[in-house]
Ligand binder design. Sequence first.
Ligand code: KPL
Length: 300
Amino acid sequence: MAQNTPTQPALNWTIVGQGAIGALAACHLKQAGYPLSLWLRQPRPLQIHFAGQQWEFSPSDSAIDAVLIPVKSYALLDAVHQLLPHLSAHAQIVLSHNGMGTIDAVLPLLQPGQGLWFLTTTHGALKQGASLQHTGKGQSVLAALNRAAAPYCQAVLQAMNAALGPVTLTEDITPFLWQKLAINAAINPLTALYNCRNGELRQTQFQSTLAAVLQEVCQVASACGVALDEAQLQLKLQQVLSATAENYSSMQQDIAHKRRTEIDAITGYVVRQAARFAIAVPHNSALLEQVLQLQLKLQS
Ligand code: KPL
């Protein structure tokens, strides 16, 4: 059963959407005994088959104390606007998505007592209909983004450890977001354009593009005040490609299902930041252009 220390109020968690990572977090929290509701655009009960069991979730029907929002970056602001009237005055809100550029848009929407957090995760999950698989056991990094989050640190950390642990708590999420951005900027567009699994990018033909994309991201991050270790990132990229070799990236899946991709918050973010500092990022610019074209073609 979930426990909180006497100084930390117990939180009833809500998870937004029915994406794979949200579903994984929801099943893990239920397994750990947390009271939990789901927030769907059309409120309804939901069943998920996971780890040999059927998990039942009901829609949230009271003021929201704590909410994990693992929706796509482009859907985040809409989701937050829908949630705002239902959040309690001290609600704790955890964002989790690929890409960057959303935090500054969410912070001013909150009341002074509402805490904002970001959780970046390397867990992999695949949801096919009502069936959920944990395809890659990863880890997560969590940070509080405003002062109103501080009193709830232990409760939020404990819940996120149950949901998508092991979780490392950090004071500054920015370098972790840039590292994840760099990995996503390398893997996601190429797997979407070549319609391949992550592991196929280990072939020689992709190595120079992957290295160039990472090099450009490091240069832009540095201009933004974040020093990334390029050699370590190149190594990390190869590790991720091996660890997720059999998986399809989220962008490959979005393109395969004719859905909007997160290219704008991933490669688009890199290209926009590069433009601010007049840095040339030809490889990222070309990938951005190609994915946007493909996305447009598939949706027309
Ligand atoms: O985060 C991912 C994604 O697919 O969005 C990676 C790390 C590329 C794993 O597939």
